[in-house]
Design a protein around this ligand. Structure first.
Ligand code: ATP
Length: 497
């Protein structure tokens, strides 16, 4: 917004100068003044920017510019840590590597979803190799003036070398987060000349790292969109090591939870394994947030220890958002209770023991929700498993139809989810169409998806009809208590079913 205003003002001034020149005025003093302002701005810009790197990268005014984070502070990334450390060992064996003339490792690219610990990895790398550390984000190099981004790249490399010299260290690490912003394929950006110049400068600087450099520089880039990076950046001799920093599995989640719970007063009932089990698809940042939210809740409750209930509440808050004061009418509440009970009954039918909680409290966008867990993280699904997931998605709407004879808008996100799974089935060759080409006409895909979903709805309707007594008992229990744990739900389910 700010830069748009800036561009309009600059445009207006230029237009006035051109008009004055056409009218016969002598505009030389204006042009001279303009050039002075531009040079001054450029100089100030570079100064503030070099300060920006300094503030982000190193602890200002402190002798020690090496981050305190170590690889032990990073949980659940055993493969990534091992690969990364192996690459860094070259830096530690610098003398032997120089003797053998091994070309220095110049760049390592960390790829993976947000919040998985890429920045932590880069900091730990600096600690591991006793290197000074500077962090910058790709967006810091993007400016509307041609050449500014390239100049910032030069400053960054210069700065890491002077910082290392000052700190009396032999190496420095430059960490560039969101490297895709400046390293995307050339010629694709609107103002591509500026982007291309910046990327070219980065390539030049990386190529400039030599075996005999007094200060060894390593560039660590991070992105969650490695596919958009320019191939020149990825060729051997530049970012020639790619380390995938993925979402943690269950053991990884437990490790991360333990790291963040260290030193916090946990009550005796806390079993972190259970929280790790309930947090499939959470990143390290989510898990850190779970522990933090649970501690905040303990403080609010004026209690001394974090309980399992605090942690469970925190998981729901991180997953779905803050509890809301939204007060649905009593008829809406009843509908929500039957909707969620429908999901839970079908979920339990598909995978016994998998319901972790059912509630009709509004949170984030949800008016109620049913949480489901499985014993192990799963990355591949068979046809039956996908069909069962579609049944669970559609069970809320089907329960509404069975009890109230009409469905409501409450199933929109369930339908989205079911459609997504059915589409996956179609393209995985698991629908009645068999193996299909990826350019299957949209109308055929839509029909195949609708057919798959409709058939599963029929199965769900039949099952819920048979379990209607169970549906009433559990929905009424929910209306009374607002929330049922997986264990309470199963106790009712097995009593009646
Ligand atoms: P982004 O891609 O959004 O920049 P990132 O992958 O760089 O994210 P970090 O900034 O390293 O993620 O992580 C954010 C915070 O989440 C960390 O400060 C830490 O508290 C926590 N965290 C993330 N991953 C881990 C992990 N593997 N082990 C321990 N803590 C983690």
């Amino acid at each position: 917004m700010k830069s748009a205003v800036k561009e309009i003002v600059v445009g207006l001034i230029l237009a006035i100068i051109v008009l004055l020149a056409i009218e016969g005025f002598d505009v030389t003093p204006f042009l001279f003044l303009g050039a002075m302002v531009f040079v001054l701005r450029f100089m100030m810009d570079s100064r503030t920017n070099s300060k920006r790197f300094e503030m982000v990268g190193s602890q200002r005014g402190q002798e020690n510019r090496i981050p305190k984070v170590t690889f032990d502070d990073i949980g659940g990334q055993e493969v990534a840590k091992r690969e990364f450390q192996e690459a860094l060992d070259f830096m530690k064996l610098d003398t032997q590597a120089r003797e053998l003339g091994i070309r220095p490792l110049k760049g390592i690219l960390l790829t993976g979803p947000p919040g998985t610990g890429k920045t932590l990895m880069a900091k730990a790398a600096a600690n591991y190799t006793d290197s000074v550390f500077i962090a910058a984000a790709g967006s810091q190099f993007v400016e509307m003036y041609a050449g500014v981004g390239a100049q910032r790249v030069r400053q960054l490399f210069q700065k890491v070398r002077t910082d290392a010299e000052k700190a009396n260290k032999a190496s420095g690490i430059i960490f560039i987060d969101e490297i895709d912003v400046l390293g995307a394929k050339r010629g694709q950006n609107m103002s591509h000349m500026e982007y291309d110049q910046t990327l070219n400068e980065l390539l030049t600087q990386i190529d400039g790292i030599k075996v005999n450099d007094e200060i060894r520089v390593l560039v660590v880039g991070a992105t969650n969109r490695s596919e958009v990076l320019d191939s020149a950046l990825m060729r051997p001799g530049r970012f020639d090591r790619i380390v995938n920093v993925d979402l943690p599995d269950k053991a990884g989640r437990l490790h991360i939870l333990k790291i963040h719970a260290k030193g916090k007063p946990l009550a005796d009932d806390v079993v972190l394994e259970e929280i790790a089990w309930e947090t499939f698809s959470f990143s390290g940042a989510h898990l850190e947030s779970v522990i933090n939210e649970a501690a905040i809740q303990t403080l609010r409750g004026k209690r001394k220890q974090i309980t399992l209930a605090d942690l469970r509440e925190a998981v729901e808050k991180v997953m779905l958002g803050e509890k809301l004061d939204r007060k649905p009418s009593s008829s809406e509440k009843k509908r929500i209770a039957y909707h969620e009970t429908g999901h839970a009954i079908i979920c339990e039918k598909a995978l016994s023991g998998s319901v972790s909680s059912v509630t009709i409290t509004s949170r984030g966008n949800a008016l109620g929700y049913m949480r489901q867990n499985s014993d192990s993280d799963q990355y591949l699904y068979t046809k039956d498993e996908l069909l069962a997931r579609i049944q669970v998605c559609m069970a809320g709407a089907v329960a509404e139809e069975l009890i109230f004879e009409q469905r409501s808008t409450g199933a929109i996100s369930d339908i989205e989810q079911a459609t997504k799974i059915a589409k996956q089935m179609v393209f995985a060759g698991l629908s009645p169409l068999g193996v299909v080409s990826t350019d299957l006409p949209a109308a055929l895909v839509a029909k195949a998806v609708a057919d798959v979903i409709r058939e599963q709805e029929k199965i769900v309707f039949g099952y819920l009809q048979k379990s209607e007594a169970c549906l009433h008992v559990i929905a009424n229990a929910l209306l009374e208590k607002e929330k049922l744990s997986g264990t309470d739900f199963r106790a009712l389910f097995h009593k009646i079913a």
